[in-house]
Design a binder for this molecule. Structure first.
Ligand code: FES
Length: 469
């Protein structure tokens, strides 16, 4: 076992060093040779490769290996120091640059993972609005801190579920954090006005510095774990306000992973509708060929020379070709935007043979189109069983089972708290539950007796079971 680990480690180190030393065009061959050799090592060590390789047991992708991290620690440290000295000397001799006496902002070290809160704070809490910036006529960025002024912790790409009251009715909406997840960077959500959207209009029209927002989260799994050692290419497709989580991932990755690059195809109606237009231009200037932003406009101004139209299958395919994006088996894809755009992106990526496991997507159902579910209109008793223990909970009129369970101190699973992710799924053992529709529960799950606790209200006495994952 120990010998097998050593041999696999030496092989990974050699492959990672070769990938760094040779031109990028060789990377797919090096990766294939490494995987073949890993299989050989498995066989000769008596470890038959599993016919089904799970993500957890699969070898770490080549692009994410730190060759120095695979060497003995003392040697790795000496090589790192030598590399730093050489690069400093090179900058001074070739470019005439003198390194700054002090590093302005602490940079993550190789292998560091930035900001990884694993558990969603499970109670609604107030956050303070510390700044409000208008991005376009129809979009506003709201800068937030925790109530005591400390920064919000989140993973790039996560969202907050925000409670607002409109005409006496409490509404919950999900808004992605659009700032990079880095120390000392102010955190903000960006809210685009939706026609007839009660919460988005209220926030666009009335939010002001000093206000308080009631918030749950951050949560969501449309995210990355940035590591300084990564060398990867993210291909991102966004439409309209779908840019918000993409923006957070894009900027965090560019700043943390100095050998990674990003290509973004971004669709909007007009030039003035482009959220983060100036910020994207500034990032392009700062990161040079590590960031490519390709704007596609449905209704462009006269001077426009870029692509016109919606992000359809044809246009996406033509943009990927124009940007010379040939899949090398190592790219990761991120898509977020209106449903037709998401479907078109899936068709195009599937047509290019890209496995679903390499595509991350974020979808939000439109809450404005969702039916109200008031439950029985009076307080009901719900028994929640988990791990063989039962807990009785009083669910007040209008409350969801999740809200009542969390208020009673139960550890109940959830993420978006608005019917969009399925994390709060429980099995209905007795009684009836009314759910807000539409939500993400499939017909098969409904037939198997599942309900979503975050949008479910009891219609009488109810018993539910939280299954262990
Ligand atoms: S928490 Fe996401 S569907 Fe309930």
């Amino acid at each position: 076992m120990e010998e097998h680990r050593r041999r696999a480690g030496r092989l990974d180190a050699a492959a990672a060093l070769a990938a760094r030393a040779l031109p990028k065009a060789f990377t797919p061959w090096i990766e294939q040779a490494r995987l073949d050799a890993r299989m050989l090592i498995d066989r000769t060590s008596g470890r038959a490769p599993s016919p089904l390789v799970s993500e957890a047991s699969a070898p770490q992708p080549l692009a994410e290996l730190d060759p120095l991290g695979l060497l003995p620690r003392g040697l790795a440290e000496r090589l790192r120091a030598a590399g730093r000295d050489l690069s400093m000397l090179g900058s001074r001799l070739v470019l005439g640059k003198t390194p700054p006496p002090l590093i302005e902002r602490p940079r993550p070290a190789a292998g560091d993972v930035v900001s990884l809160p694993r558990k969603t704070p499970n109670m609604v809490r107030p956050l303070r609005v510390v700044n409000v910036v208008r991005e376009t006529d129809d979009a506003v960025s709201i800068y937030l801190t925790e109530e005591d002024g400390s920064p919000l912790e989140f993973q790039p790409g996560q969202f907050l579920s925000i409670d607002v009251e409109v005409d006496g009715q409490r509404l919950r909406r999900a808004y992605s954090l659009a700032s990079p997840s880095l120390p000392d960077v102010p955190r903000h959500i960006t809210v685009k006005r939706i026609q007839d959207g009660r919460a988005s209009n209220l926030l666009n029209d009335t939010i002001a510095e000093g206000a308080e927002l009631k918030v749950l989260g951050p949560s969501g799994s449309f995210t990355v774990e940035p590591r300084a050692v990564n060398q990867r290419h993210l291909v991102m497709i966004a439409g309209g306000s779908g840019i918000t989580p993409i923006m957070s991932i894009l900027e965090t990755v560019l700043r943390v992973e100095r050998d990674s690059r990003v290509t973004l195809i971004y669709g909007n109606r007009g030039w003035d509708d482009v959220i983060f237009r100036d910020r994207l231009s500034a990032l392009c200037e700062e990161f040079g060929d590590r960031l490519t932003v390709d704007h596609v406009l449905e209704d462009p101004p006269e001077w426009w020379t870029g692509e016109r139209g919606l992000l359809t299958v044809e246009i996406l395919e033509s943009r990927l070709r124009a940007l010379q994006i040939e899949d090398d088996g190592l790219q990761r894809y991120f898509i977020c935007g209106p449903t037709p755009m998401m479907e078109a992106a899936h068709v195009v990526l599937a047509g290019r043979g890209i496995a679903a496991s390499r595509i991350a997507e974020e979808r939000f159902t439109s809450p404005e189109a969702r039916s109200g579910a008031r439950g029985s209109g009076k307080t009901e008793r719900v028994v929640v069983s988990r791990a063989g223990r039962e807990h009785g909970v009083q669910v007040a009129a209008g409350q969801t089972i999740l809200e009542a369970g969390l208020a009673a101190g139960l550890d109940m699973p959830f993420s978006c708290a608005m019917g969009g992710c399925g994390a709060c799924r429980v099995r209905l053992e007795d009684g009836q539950v009314e759910m807000e529709e539409p939500n993400c529960l499939s017909q098969a799950e409904r037939e198997q007796g599942y309900v979503l606790a975050c949008v479910g209200r009891p219609l009488g006495a109810v018993r539910v079971e939280v299954e262990e994952s």
